[in-house]
Design a protein around this ligand. Sequence first.
Ligand SMILES: Cc1cc2nc3c(=O)[nH]c(=O)nc-3n(C[C@H](O)[C@H](O)[C@H](O)COP(=O)(O)O)c2cc1C
Length: 201
Amino acid sequence: MDILYISGSPRKKSNTDFLLRTALSITGGRFLKLADYEIAPCRSCWVCLRTGQCAIKDALSGTIAPMLRASDAIVLGSPVYFNNVSAQLKTFMDRTWFLKGDLKNKIGGAMVVGRRYGSESALTAMQAFFLKHEMIPANRGVCGIAYQTGDIEQDLEAVESAKRLAGRIHELGKMLGHAGEHPKPQAGGNESREGGLDIAG
Ligand SMILES: Cc1cc2nc3c(=O)[nH]c(=O)nc-3n(C[C@H](O)[C@H](O)[C@H](O)COP(=O)(O)O)c2cc1C
């Protein structure tokens, strides 16, 4: 099963990354940090509606799109910024408009980390992404409470919740016939793949 973990946090030692990697350490998969890539915002040129291709040629259409198509599950993670996802994650989501139908029936996981306000709205934005693409949301999402880097390790409920999401993705993957497949070859780029447990069977 190929699981792609995508972080919208620009921060090093990010709280969001910690939760994503907690789940990744259980399921295995690839980790992609959007801030490592140059991704332009959608221009609303609508070329994709006519051609099925994105008119902007950058990391999203070049490197990341094939990774999305190859994945069985996509887990989005973001810090809460002004009651919503980060600009990095929003830009990413907008730019996937041209992938119409390509993400259908993939499993979607959502994780947000905020200090206090707006986590629910950020989760809703991610769930809207899954529904727009006719993906299958694994559950209601993980909501971490943290401010400074490293704070998330004190939020034991969020860490537990990340582990539970990993288990749920595995469960859904089995139901959909994904579990037990070997990871697919990596596309080039800054993403990293980690082994995790062998969850076959
Ligand atoms: C520009 C900006 C806006 C933020 N807005 C919110 C917010 O609306 N609500 C909130 O609870 N925390 C907000 N925060 C705090 C971050 O969500 C918090 O520090 C989080 O732990 C960052 O996650 P990260 O370490 O993965 O980047 C904001 C932080 C920044 C930099």
